[in-house]
Design a binder for this molecule. Structure first.
Ligand SMILES: C[S@@+](CC[C@H](N)C(=O)[O-])C[C@H]1O[C@@H](n2cnc3c(N)ncnc32)[C@H](O)[C@@H]1O
Length: 557
């Protein structure tokens, strides 16, 4: 009994003490909740451990895993020590074994530039000589860019889209894109580099490749067969070239570098903050000028079509920033807690945040609302070679690797019976025509609610909830039947379509391209029968082909 009373008194005293401590030191408790993780520092010890892990994979001829470990090791290598040189030399050995002789030579040069021990230069020189002798041995004809080229001359103002595309505006559709020329199935109408894109390191919503940040360029999202160079300061960003490194540093990485760990685990916060950093750099770091510029141009609706091709790069970026902030925004209210936490602890931006918090919050809130309707997923194929007996599943063709803000694609409206397919090659977003489009007609993407996969009520509810418009596309207005109610009209074509669908992923690249072209022709010639099961099959087949063809040309064993 006595014990019980003592224990109750004790627990009361502990609670009282905690309350006193919390209230007297609440300032510090608050600070503790607010603190952020700064990016992990370089460490030769860690670099050495990772290199050793890479060597184990190299010996087992698991080159993909070896390169990943070497990349991580490079990121941790301290500046001006021999560690980086040793890793570059090891990477050159992997590329030599893979018969990628240009990459092997490039890595030998990098090793020499990064303090690789001079006494061992001889080993590298011998490898370089062999590379030069064996160069040309490897077939690189399977480059996806052979197929992904604009079908028509480029638009003068927007050079990455076909010149037949025009921007229109109407009460019903808002801004939208039409063609002033009939378009055929298979036509490539845009190849867009996102204005800003971020690599995902993890995501609650989609599966992201492991160690994604050591697989692709942090700036343009290219994979470069893992031949990347590290940021010289942080351990969480790699680049496909010196140019990408410098561009990224100039545009945003100088602000991201100290807080990369925090950004990479922050999901969609990352892209909103990156856009804010780009805005800041575009105005030479002056938040006052950013505020003035957006204040003055607030009511000036701008699109990518307003970018003046003869203007300076900085002028173009100002217009592009206005085009981003002119995109449609949702009405949701986003929590800016995480953004604020990062900025208020940022070693360079603390005071900017303190004195301009109101403007920064309203600017970031706007970006979050825009991202809700307009940011696109960026996809990439796995870089790792599969085992022969492992069947390729359509869902595995491309994985989510990043998020991007796209100035042109964000002007393309939705239809449940879309006439465009979207695919991604090396971080660029490509639109390919998948149904004939007559002169003057609108181009439509599909916001994930295709009539072949979902019934009308379900599609309409989702579109209204996520994008706020009542869809009355052809499929919704004419009540297109969804499978299994969808019937066939031409049994011969149905047989062809089924066979093409079965074999498109297993044919060698060249043969697959021929089959794809046959499918495009069949879709073009039989469009009058739309909708029917055989044409829907053909569309699924070309979609699969485009995803598969967009995968990296060189896979790593
Ligand atoms: C990515 S934006 C497309 C461009 C947009 N129309 C504009 O003016 O900026 C997406 C928004 O466009 C509108 N939208 C897209 N497809 C539509 C359609 N089929 N009918 C009506 N509005 C549509 C919706 O408001 C949607 O939230």
């Amino acid at each position: 009994m006595l014990d019980k009373r003592v224990s109750r008194v004790n627990s009361f005293l502990i609670k009282l003490l905690s309350i006193i401590l919390f209230t007297t030191h609440y300032k510090y408790c608050w600070r503790f909740c607010l603190s952020i993780t700064m990016t992990q520092a370089k460490s030769d010890k860690r670099s050495g451990e990772l290199r050793a892990d890479g060597n184990v994979f190299y010996i087992k001829r698991q080159f993909f895993d070896a390169l990943l470990k070497y990349n991580e090791s490079l990121c941790y290598a301290e500046v001006d020590t021999e560690n980086a040189g040793l890793v570059y030399a090891n990477r050159s050995a992997v590329y030599f074994e893979m018969k990628l002789f240009d990459k092997a030579i490039k890595n030998i040069e990098l090793a020499k530039l990064h303090k690789y021990p001079e006494k061992n230069f001889e080993i590298l020189d011998r490898r370089a000589t062999k590379c030069n002798e064996m160069k040309g041995d490897r077939d690189t004809t399977s480059d996806p860019w052979n197929l992904f080229k604009l079908t028509y001359p480029a638009n003068k103002a927007v050079p990455f889209i076909a010149d037949c595309l025009e921007l229109k505006e109407s009460e019903k559709y808002g801004r939208h894109i039409i063609t002033n020329k009939p378009l055929k199935v298979g036509d490539v109408v845009s190849i867009e580099t996102p204005f800003c894109s971020v690599l995902l390191s993890e995501s609650k919503f989609v599966e992201v490749p492991p160690a994604n940040i050591y697989q692709r360029c942090s700036n343009c999202l290219q994979d470069s067969t893992l031949d990347l160079i590290p940021c010289s300061t942080c351990t969480k960003a790699m680049f496909c070239s010196q140019e990408c490194l410098e561009t990224s540093y100039k545009r945003y990485h100088r602000y991201e570098c100290p807080v990369m760990d925090e950004l990479l685990s922050s999901g969609s916060v990352h892209i909103a903050l990156r856009l804010f950093f780009i805005a800041l750099s575009t105005f030479d770091g002056s938040i006052e000028t950013v505020e003035k510029f957006f204040g003055e141009n607030e009511r000036k609706p701008t699109t990518v079509f307003d970018v003046v091709s003869s203007s300076s790069e900085n002028e173009k970026n100002r217009t592009r920033l206005l085009a981003i902030t002119s995109l449609m925004a949702s009405k949701k209210l986003f929590s800016l807690h995480q953004h604020g936490r990062i900025l208020s602890n940022h070693p360079r931006l603390k005071s900017v945040w303190e004195f301009h918090q109101e403007f920064i919050e309203s600017f970031i809130q706007k970006l979050c609302r825009i991202s809700d309707l307009n940011f696109h997923g960026i996809f990439g194929g796995s870089l790792q070679e599969r085992e022969q007996n492992q069947k390729t599943l359509p869902n595995d063709l491309q994985q989510s690797i990043g998020t991007g803000s796209l100035l042109f694609a964000s002007l393309v409206n939705h239809s449940c019976v879309n006439n465009l397919l979207r695919t991604c090659v090396q971080g660029k977003v490509i639109y390919v025509v998948c149904r004939p489009v007559p002169n003057g007609a609108q181009l439509f993407d599909c916001y994930k609610t295709n009539f072949m996969k979902q019934r009308k009520a379900e599609r309409q509810a989702r579109l209204f909830k996520d994008f706020g418009f009542p869809c009355d596309c052809e499929a919704c207005a004419l009540n297109f039947p969804s499978p299994p109610a969808l019937t066939f009209k031409d049994v011969k074509l149905l047989k062809f379509a089924k066979k093409a669908d079965e074999e498109i992923l297993t044919l060698p690249r060249g043969k697959a391209v021929e089959k794809y072209r046959e499918c495009c022709d069949a879709l073009e010639r039989n469009n009058r029968n739309y909708p029917c099961i055989e044409l829907c099959f053909l569309q699924t087949t070309i979609a699969k082909f485009l995803l598969n063809h967009a995968r990296p040309a060189i896979l790593i064993p």
